[in-house]
Design a protein around this ligand. Sequence first.
Ligand SMILES: [Zn+2]
Length: 344
Amino acid sequence: MTGTLRRLLPAALLAALVLVAMAPPVASGDVPDRYDPKTERPVSARDKIKLIEKEYEKLLKKVGLSGPKRRSVEIDPKIAALPSPYEPGTPISQTEAIETEHYRFRSDAHPKLVEAYARQMEAFYDKFCDAFSFDKELEKKSEIWLYRDKDTFMKRENKGANVGGFYQPGNRRVTAYHGKFGMSSDTRTVLAHEGTHQFQHLVASGIFQQAPTWIIEGLAVYFESARYDGKKVHINEIPRDRLMVVQRAIKAGNYVPIRELIEVPQPKFTGFHYAHAWSVIYWFVWSHKKNRTVFTKYWDMCRQRKAGRKEFEKAIGVEIDELEEHWKEWVLKLNPNRKPSFDD
Ligand SMILES: [Zn+2]
């Protein structure tokens, strides 16, 4: 869904721009169109292309598809390019572990790169503890396996190109690779997403795999969208593409009703549901402190026992349809450039 939107909309805009570019120039005083009115110099073909690109960017911004995409601090390119000291094909289990306070990494990549990712994960760990009210000492550090690149990951883990990483509840391990994933994801977003599941398992213990999918996945998307500033993680970020999907669905009247969303099981949970789950959680956390309290109450139920629709209704204290009206109204007004914030 997201991918289709991204592909279709810019293509339509580009077509419009090409038409504009081909149209006869609008008269602008005495300056012929092949001259730049400011410098009075002829406009070269290359400059014309630049101009079109600039307009294109502006239009993309208008529809909310461009602008500052990732303001998180990225891994230093020099560190990212460091060659691995391990022979190709070295099994991850035979690499030396790199440990931080809460994580144990194993990786066939350069240790400096692994340390950079470990620092990010420690910052996320702090945020997880805040968000999930967790202050227990860990009996065992959380394990993360990180492959040096996508090819090695696919080969050794027997995964297709559409997998960026995964969490295995059986051994409580996150597995991912260093590199880009899809159009807008990378190692940081994948580790944040799968790391959320690992942490949820820690907090919810034996009931983790029975918790409602919308809350498990919605929270993972919520954290994957967070911004890392080099020290801290900020969780009020809005993923533009997910928001657009939900806003368009609400406007078109084909959104997933909340009473349906909260009962969709994992195998039927599509990208459309991920976007909805994110938006419902974002609404709970950022629309009002009271809503945040309600959400915390419900999450507490989910991590202790099986908590389906009945428990959800009990926690929210109103009809689901009534809650849905508030959510719809708030989400429609949500603007990625004006993030809500009362105590991030
Ligand atoms: Zn997930």
